[in-house]
Every structure is written in structure tokens, then in C-alpha cells.
Write a protein that binds this ligand. Sequence first.
Ligand SMILES: NC(=O)c1ccc[n+]([C@@H]2O[C@H](COP(=O)([O-])OP(=O)(O)OC[C@H]3O[C@@H](n4cnc5c(N)ncnc54)[C@H](OP(=O)(O)O)[C@@H]3O)[C@@H](O)[C@H]2O)c1
Length: 308
Amino acid sequence: MFAVQYHRYGGSEVLRVEEAVEPHAGPGQVRIAVRATGVTPADWYLRSGMLRSVATVGFPHIPGMDAAGIVDEVGEGVTGTAVGDAVFGLVPFADLGGGAAQYAVLEAWAPKPRSWSFEEAGGAAGNIDTATRVLEALAAAEGMTLLIEGAAGGVGTMTAQLARARGLTVIGTASEGNHGFLQQLGVIPVTYGAGLADRLAPLAPHGVDVVLDAAGKGSLAELVAIAGGPHRVVTIADFDADRHGVRYSRSEAGQSPGWAGLPRAADLADQGRLTVPLHAVFPLEEAAAAHDMSATGHARGKIVISVP
Ligand SMILES: NC(=O)c1ccc[n+]([C@@H]2O[C@H](COP(=O)([O-])OP(=O)(O)OC[C@H]3O[C@@H](n4cnc5c(N)ncnc54)[C@H](OP(=O)(O)O)[C@@H]3O)[C@@H](O)[C@H]2O)c1
């Protein structure tokens, strides 16, 4: 099969489209003919080698942690999914990637919503998993107000919409150019940076109940003060979480609480209540440009690679 691979850590120039070893569906897995795969900051963190002390990859390595496509192999024990089904889902966590290829294995998946293109579905599963895990950790419930630091990116846009669907009020930080975009998603926008608490006061007169830090830009002390305690804050991006008494949420190998979010999100999408705003779609041979764009840190929604 063809795939994007790299054989050593480095800049995006290490990415090559070349022949690769085909994966096959193991027990409880499906294999898909990939139509699209998402690009997440972890793809280029891993590729650069900056995570090698905590997460090594085997070489050659295929990036892409989620994907959408057509099922072409069904593993032992799988029920309810058949060859030919259009699905979207998560590439096995233990492999830390593999979506940017002709074929990929999924360990958790749901039917592709009819209302989403393959590109939209290909970039959805990772952020649904993360958003669901975070909303559960925060015990986010109807009537609460959620503040998302870094609301305009892939995780932020997904978390905001899933929180709105649960009946929360969502306030999200972004640069001013993204405020109209957030409003279209039902989010009350506010500019990030020093003085956030003052800017929030008129937007959340009854205060903020829970906070997701999806930016990791060193604002945890202020976010804890805004929330009224560290137990009301979860970060997915600040490795300094411990020092602030804040929970750091990350994917773990094995069944994730986020997996249950996939079919629920598909239902919401089919009801027209969940979108995957795309920042850009790159063809497979331009995977390096997709990684470089993600590394600018200013995606408005999701960056996706389409697979021919
Ligand atoms: N632990 C986990 O499970 C997990 C899972 C997924 C992602 N992550 C991490 O979470 C972070 C976000 O991921 P992502 O996929 O959403 O990234 P992304 O799509 O690249 O989004 C980046 C967003 O960050 C915003 N931003 C930039 N500087 C900011 C600042 N100082 N304050 C607030 N927002 C700022 C940008 O908004 P503007 O353009 O408006 O500035 C942009 O929309 C990354 O660090 C990623 O590695 C962790």
C-alpha cells in the first residue's frame, strides 16, 4: 500500500509518500480503505522527537491518529459493522498513528454521519474522544458555564459544540479574528491573555463553573482563580498541571471514556447539531505542508489530509 512515512525524527522534510507494510484488522478492530485522516499537534510533536522521553515511535512510522473510510476487513469478535460500511474512528493508541495511508486499522469507530464529508469525518474522532473525556472529567452538566482556553482549534471547537449539546453555556478564548467564527458555533468569545478575569466578568455574571485549558500557554494560575479552585479545571496541554493542582487529561491505551462519544457525536451530526469546521484539507503528497500549518498553532478548526 502507499502511505506517508518517516524513518527518523526531524522536520516535516522527513515525511515521504512511499510503499509501506499493510496493516490488518486484529480482534475487535476493523481495517478501512482510508479517505481522510486528521492532523493533530501530537503528529508533529512525535515526528520532531520532542516527545521521545515519554512516547517513542517505531520506524518507519505513519502519522495520523484518526481517520475515516470504507471498511474492508472486519476483525474477530466485531459485530454490527460490515465490509463496505463508511466509518470514522481512532487508530490504535499503542501505534500512535497510521491514518495517513491507503489502509488503516481502527480500534474504536462509529458510522460516518451522512451530513459529514469524508474529510470532516476523518478529522473528527480524536477530538470527540478528547472532548468527551474532558467533559466527563469536569462532570459537565446542563446549566453550567464552561470556559475553554483555546476554543478555536480542533479540540476547542469540538468540546464547545458537545458542551452546548449537553446544555452548557460556553465561553471561549481566541484571537479577535476568530470571534465571529466562535459565535457561529454558539460560543461567547473573549480574547485570551492577561486580564482575562476582568473581561469575563460581564460575560459570566454568575461566574464560571468549569474550565478546559486546550491551549497550554501558561495561564493555569489565572484559570484556577477564575474557576474558584483547581478541581474545576482540566488541562490537555500544560505539562505544569501538577504544580497548580490541576488534572492533566490524556489518552491512555485501552478502552477510553471518550470512545462512547463517537456514536453519540454521529447522532448529533445527523441531527444537524455537530459540525467539523475545517481549517484546511491537504492531499496526501502535501502531508508536510499540513504538519507545518498545524505547527503555526493557529488552526481555526481542523486540518485534514485527504487520501486518494
Ligand atoms: N492531552 C490530550 O488528550 C490532547 C488531545 C488533543 C490535543 N492536545 C493538545 O491540546 C492542544 C490543542 O490541540 P488542538 O488540536 O485543538 O490544536 P489546534 O487545532 O492547533 O488549535 C490551536 C488553537 O490554539 C489557539 N491559541 C493559540 N495561542 C493561544 C493562546 N495564547 N491562548 C489561547 N488559545 C490560543 C489558536 O487560536 P487563535 O488562532 O485564535 O490564536 C488555535 O485555534 C495542543 O497542545 C495539543 O497537543 C492534547
